[in-house]
Ligand binder design. Sequence first.
Ligand code: MSP
Length: 512
Amino acid sequence: MKFYITTPIYYVNDIPHIGHSYTTITSDIVARWKRLNGFDVFFLTGTDEHGAKIAAAAKEREKTPQELCDEMSEKFREVWKLLNISYTDFIRTTQRRHFVSVEKIFQMLFDKGLIFKKKYEELYCVGCERFYARKDLDENGCCHFHKTKPVLQSEENYFFKLSAFQNALFERITNPNHKEYIEIQPEERRNEIIGKLKLGLEDVSFSRTAVEWGIPLPFDKKQTSYVWVDALINYLTGIGYTENETNFQKYWPADIHLMAKDILWFHSVIWPAILIGAGLPLPKKVYSHGFFTLNGSKMSKSLGNVISPQELVDKYGVDAARYLVATLMPFGPDGDISWQGLTLKYNTDLANNMGNLISRTIKMTEKYFNLHVPQTVPNLELAKKVAAILKENFVSDMDNMRLHKAAETLQSAITLVNRQIETDAPWELAKTDLDKLASCIYAYLQATDIIVMHLLPFMPTVSEKIWQITGAGCDINGAAKKYFENTVIPENGFSIPNAQLQSPGILFPRLF
Ligand code: MSP
């Protein structure tokens, strides 16, 4: 079973911030989750390096476009390393392999008569790297995303016959029984796309004459590929479209393209049309999330209110930063974030709930059993309860991009164990019933192991650490893979009787 997941490829004229990190972290969590479920995952991310915007940014900094791209693309890779992103490949659109793919697709569309030359005059927004009709602009004639006025450009370009795909796209987007059905999520955005599609599609310009920093068209070297066409094709190049046929056949079509709402139209209309034109299967799912604002305002470099991944990691640590960013708001609608909100969630979910469970379980094991898993008749009742709660909700939430809900379920499983500790009052049992005490502590450790396996995609390093702390002998990834196959807990649980536990230190110090 294969699973191919992608993030957008990010423009290199910006530094990676929490917005890019959100898409990449959530994609990484899904990729890790799928791997634990036995899928052979290909996870692609990368950088989008062509276009007028990049050329202008390079000029401003007195660099060649390639120098700027090398420097900035590296920053993205550094940040993904910092955030422990487990991508399979990192594509750069300036790579040779990508030129070959783009040329191949263009030539194919051209040969099929889907590309034609036309002179036109239209409004172009450099920020979006796209043309706009007047009706698509706000009341001041500005682009909705950049609040700047697009400029009138006149060119003779190659156009793609997008209008010819109206019916084919409509069928594939609206009919779940279509064998090439493309599922657009969330529902409201899918409806917007369908609404817009009903208004009719116009042919789109697929090349530029004025933009030199791009991929020349194979049939007219004086023109370069429109940056968006170049960018979308990365999803083919990344899995070996022109250089590794076996890999390409194995992974294409993409199982899910993730992105924010700003680029959903390109992914759910233009991209499928290109693929139909090129005779390739369509991605199965296109899922967009909202935009976030910071304390109610748009994040922007000029306002100086951009949260950097480094700041998040400095404050919360890598694993907690991943968990917080991915679960602070639902995947789909717009949302507002704030440092206060992040810290509150950190204290509630991690310092208090999770941290408390680990710290008191280990402390009691230390006090009463000299830091060893108690030797007792295996008591897996609590672990089974936890497993049942998680099986019911967590799995479907993870499979359907409801990561914040999956985290809620995880927290309720942790709360359940914490409550059980209160009810059992092991500190009282220590005075009256040592057998029961051993059985209870054993049960908490086993229940924690189940929780931690579910936490693994969100917090890979901390989960592994907790797994070792609780005396589970085997490798967590192997154990979790086996567990998720049929969600059956081994007869003796995971923490091995008499195994030496480790002192956790303070996993999640409370923050103020
Ligand atoms: N290069 C194009 C994408 C081509 S994909 C074939 C592009 N790049 S971008 O650098 O502007 O990245 C856009 C993506 O970054 C969004 O779709 C989203 O994934 C992420 N985000 C950037 N800012 C964001 C927010 N403020 N909020 C949420 N996500 C944001 O578009």
